[in-house]
Structure formats: C-alpha cells, structure tokens
Ligand binder design. Structure first.
Ligand code: NAP
Length: 279
C-alpha cells in the first residue's frame, strides 16, 4: 500500500487536542489512506518544519497558537481571503498545485455553530478575551450585523488592536473596549462569549460575577474541555442558554477536512468521534 498522506496540527505547546481522533475517524470511514498527527514544533524549528513539508509527505495542516499569524508569510491567500491579513489568523494550510494556500475555518466554524443556537443580528455582545479566537468571533459578529460589541482583555493593547481591526474592516460598526470587566455591562447584553483560556483548568475562577448573568443571555464558551466550565454552569443555573465550543471545533474541523481531501466531510461520524473523546 502507498504511504498515507500526512495531515496534522502544528502548534507549541500542543497540550490537548481532539483533532486527531476527529480526522482519523473520518479518514477511516471514507477509506482514505491518510493520517492526522500532532506536530509540536518549537518556535526556532518552525521555518525548517514548514520548508520540509513536501519531503515529509505532509499535504495539509491545521495551525494553532502561537503560529496562526506566523504562517501568513508562508502561504498564498486567495483574493477573497485577504482579510485574513488583518485578522492575522490562518488556521488551515493546504497544498494546492505547487503552492501552499492559507485559510481560516474557525470563522465559518464559529459562525455556523453560533447561528444554530442564536441569531446575532441586532444583538448586543460582550466578549472576554482579545486573542486569536476573539478576533474570529468579533469578525463573525460584525459581519452578522450585531448591534454592538464590548470587549475586555487583561492586555489593553490586544483589546485596542481588535477594536481597530473591526473598525477597519467594518467602518461605522459599534465596538468598544471595556477598561474593566464590569464595564462589559453584561446585564444589558444578549450574548456573552468567553474567548479566554480561563476555565480550561478545574482550578480556574469564573471571570464573571453571578449577579452579571441573567436568563436573557446566551453564553458561548469557546472552551470544550471541560464540557461545562464554571461560567457555563453558573449561567445555566441563572436560566441562561449556554453552549461550549465543541460545535465550533467540529465545524472548523469538517471544513478543513473538505479542503484537505476535496470530499464531503462525514459530519455525524466526526461528531461522534468528538463525543466519545470529550465525554
Ligand atoms: P490567545 O490568543 O492566547 O487569547 C486569549 C486571550 O485571553 C489573551 O489575550 C489573554 O491575555 C486573555 N486573557 C487571559 N486571561 C484573561 C483574563 N483573566 N481576563 C481577560 N482576558 C484574559 O488564545 P486563543 O487562541 O484566542 O484561544 C482562546 C480560547 O479559545 C482557548 O481556550 C482555546 O482553547 C479556545 N478556542 C477554541 C476553539 C474551538 O474550536 N472551540 C478554537 C480556537 C480557540 P494574555 O495573552 O495577556 O494572557
């Protein structure tokens, strides 16, 4: 049998990922001779790694922190993807002819899953975190004509950068930086998104005070492991609708799979593979 085509996830450090399970189950179900691996690549090894993809039989990669911006120098972008330069986030690279193409599947992945649960049009949103995932979230909300975004991050420069990015891409869109978490004014919002890593660890605090949460809120936590963070538990108890980020992971993965293989992703099989692993 021919060597399998290699795909994978590149990042540093890669602590925990459900992507191999999701993609390898999908390859198997469609009888595709391919394998999805984790590539923990140190920053000083990145250039060498990217320059040797062909030699190592690699046909496509997902990209996670801290490389989503760095790989922009390595890929070509289709004209319709030029906005990724401003978002500074490529999470999928795929070999096409002789060149490596850069894409972002987090954006449509989050958009699809959010909209299955909540219509952001005309709604006011509070966002925790201003890192890479937050940039994708804010892009989706602005593009979907949310009424307002207020964003808080402990790093004020990052918050400012996200506000400027959205103002550049969507002139006139109402986006504000909150100096403190209280200034998110969650009590007057319909959507709260956690795009920080706070909640990944069992010992992590809940960033939001209980009295800020209410039953007219939809709370989306990008974290999917644990399946219910303290934030989601508290929000659920207050009568809010809640979702973790497993659906986003599934849809971004399914779209990447489609780009990797040019085949329809077996969504339900991929969903089951994630459920089995995430408990
Ligand atoms: P990131 O680039 O590191 O961004 C996280 C941001 O949160 C950073 O700016 C960080 O600031 C900030 N932050 C940390 N502690 C905070 C606090 N106490 N209050 C306010 N802000 C705080 O990470 P990312 O790639 O955006 O990922 C964020 C989360 O989303 C992670 O948990 C990741 O696993 C999840 N995610 C899920 C999916 C999915 O498919 N479901 C996809 C992408 C990401 P500092 O840099 O100063 O610490």
């Amino acid at each position: 049998m021919a060597h399998p085509r290699i795909y994978g996830l590149i990042g540093y450090p890669i602590k925990h990922s459900l992507s191999p399970q999701m993609h390898n189950t999908a390859f198997k179900s469609l009888k595709i001779n391919a394998e999805y691996r984790l590539f923990e690549v140190k920053p000083q090894e990145l250039e060498d790694f990217l320059n040797n993809l062909d030699k190592n039989g690699i046909y496509g990669l997902n990209v996670t922190i801290p490389y989503k911006e760095k790989v922009l120098d390595f890929v070509i972008l289709e004209p319709e993807s030029f906005y990724l330069k401003q978002i500074k986030a490529v999470n999928t690279i795929v070999k096409e002819d002789k060149a490596w193409k850069g894409l972002n599947t987090d954006i449509p992945g989050f958009s699809k899953h959010l909209k299955e649960n909540f219509n952001p049009e005309g709604k006011r949103a509070a966002i925790l975190g201003a890192g890479g995932a937050s940039r994708a979230v804010c892009y989706v909300l602005a593009e979907s004509k949310a009424k307002e975004i207020v964003i808080f991050d402990i790093d004020k420069d990052k918050t400012k950068a996200v506000v400027e990015m959205i103002e550049d891409l969507f002139p006139g869109f109402n986006i504000l930086a909150a100096p403190n978490i209280e200034d998110l004014d969650i009590i007057n919002k319909e959507l709260l998104v956690n795009a920080t890593p706070i909640g990944l660890k069992e010992s992590d605090p809940c960033l939001v005070k209980e009295e800020m949460l209410h039953k007219n809120l939809f709370v989306y936590d990008l974290i999917y492991n644990p399946a219910e963070t303290k934030l989601l538990r508290l929000a659920r108890k207050k009568g809010a609708k809640v979702s973790n980020g497993l659906g986003m992971l599934l849809y971004q993965g399914a779209l990447s799979f489609k780009h990797f293989t040019e085949k329809e992703p077996p969504i339900e099989i991929m969903r089951q593979a994630l459920k089995t692993r995430s408990g």
